[in-house]
Design a protein around this ligand. Structure first.
Ligand code: DGL
Length: 264
């Protein structure tokens, strides 16, 4: 039996999952969060399935040992590994990729583009999830080998972001003239302003709010949503805790969360 005051686990390759924390904060402001950001091994998107299973298995074990009541798998790249990961733990794993299909059904999208990591596109997870949720929606995808790492690097310039975004999106639009594009990597909503600046006529969709709704549904159905209190965000990172602190402060998390940053 999970406790109401147990934290929610969030895991990602690095800082990208902060786009999910933003959505969780809006939907579930009283939930404490244990966030694992595997920055030392980021980017995940160009790794093999075996490497990703090991790394995501380590993160999952770390969080579940600390008593989380559910895990929001913020990482799209490892979302296709969820069936294997679910067999290892007895808490639910709510993936961002499955939640992204809710975006398609709710907005009634019939033609959609997906920009994601190379591994995510190769895994076919978006095609599968959207086909199940909305069989008559066509999906065109493009993988970016560089964008997550560029977001992770605080020194990246706007010109570098724009060059990578334009190269990938031009490729996608040449194959499929879509108007709606899902940001299928949690790092990408952190540079939504660059996507909009480069392609002002397109609609970009962040699936994180749908993932937060799925977490809310699970907690509500099981009567384990936390009571009102000032929530705590604890970040475990294999990278530099100060980098995480700066990102979190930039997002204004300090106003609503007590925060702690720990090196793993
Ligand atoms: N942010 C993760 C995702 O959503 C992984 C990006 C990466 O590390 O390559 O896919």
């Amino acid at each position: 039996m999970q406790k109401k005051n147990a934290p929610i686990g969030v895991m990602d390759s690095g800082v990208g999952g902060l786009s999910v924390v933003t959505a969780l904060r809006q939907t579930l402001p009283y939930e404490d969060i244990l966030y694992f950001g595997d920055t030392a091994n980021c980017p995940y998107g160009n790794k093999t399935r075996e490497q990703l299973l090991k790394l995501s298995g380590n993160m999952l074990a770390y969080l579940t040992q600390r008593g989380v009541k559910c895990v929001a798998l913020a990482c799209n790249t490892t979302s296709s590994l969820a069936p294997v990961l679910r067999e290892r733990v007895n808490v639910p794993i709510i993936t961002i990729a499955e939640s992204a299909a809710d975006t398609v059904t709710q907005a009634k999208l019939k033609r959609v583009g997906v920009i994601a990591t190379v591994f995510t596109v190769g895994s076919g997870i978006y095609d599968r999830c959207i086909r199940v949720a909305s069989p008559d929606t066509t999906v065109a995808s493009v993988g970016s080998p560089n964008l997550a790492a560029l977001v992770e690097n605080a020194a990246t310039t706007e010109a570098q972001f724009d060059a990578e975004i334009r190269a990938c999106m031009d490729d996608l639009l040449a194959r499929a003239p879509v108007e709606d594009v899902i940001l299928g990597c949690t790092h990408y909503p952190l540079v939504l302003d660059r996507f909009r600046a480069c392609f002002p006529a397109l609609r970009f969709h962040d699936p994180a709010p749908q993932q937060a709704k799925r977490v809310l549904k699970y907690l509500t159905e099981n009567a384990i949503a936390n009571e009102p209190h000032r929530a705590k965000l604890t970040v475990f990172t294999t990278g530099d805790p100060d980098v995480f602190r700066e990102k979190c402060e930039a997002y204004g998390y300090g106003e609503t969360y007590d925060m702690e940053f720990l090196k793993v």
